[in-house]
Design a protein. Structure first.
Length: 103
């Protein structure tokens, strides 16, 4: 893909992506009013750790890794006293999965 195509995609989908990320951040903060930004950054960091860990497993398919990732993220966040919805967990792990795999 050439640079012009990438720039065109950014202009086409960039505003929607920014709105989507803001909605995700707002949703996590709303569920965890006392933690705010710490809940968001903690969830993102943990999602990345989980995805990287699962990437190394050859006994699971990619679909199984995605399912396992969001389930692990919800459980880990709950153990830290942070509430995370399934939708937010799926979104965070998918973003991290794409970042790790380069897709």
């Amino acid at each position: 893909m050439n640079w012009l195509a990438i720039v065109a995609l950014v202009f086409q989908y960039g505003p929607q992506l920014i709105v989507g990320i803001k909605a995700l951040v707002d949703a996590i903060r709303e569920k965890n009013p006392t933690k705010g930004a710490d809940a968001v950054s903690g969830a993102a960091d943990l999602a990345k750790q989980i995805v990287v860990s699962l990437q190394g497993r050859s006994d699971l398919s990619n679909d199984q890794k995605r399912e396992q990732a969001w389930e692990d993220l919800i459980a880990a966040m709950a153990s830290q006293g942070t509430t995370l919805s399934e939708t937010n967990a799926r979104t965070l792990t998918q973003v991290q999965y794409q970042g790790v795999s380069g897709k």
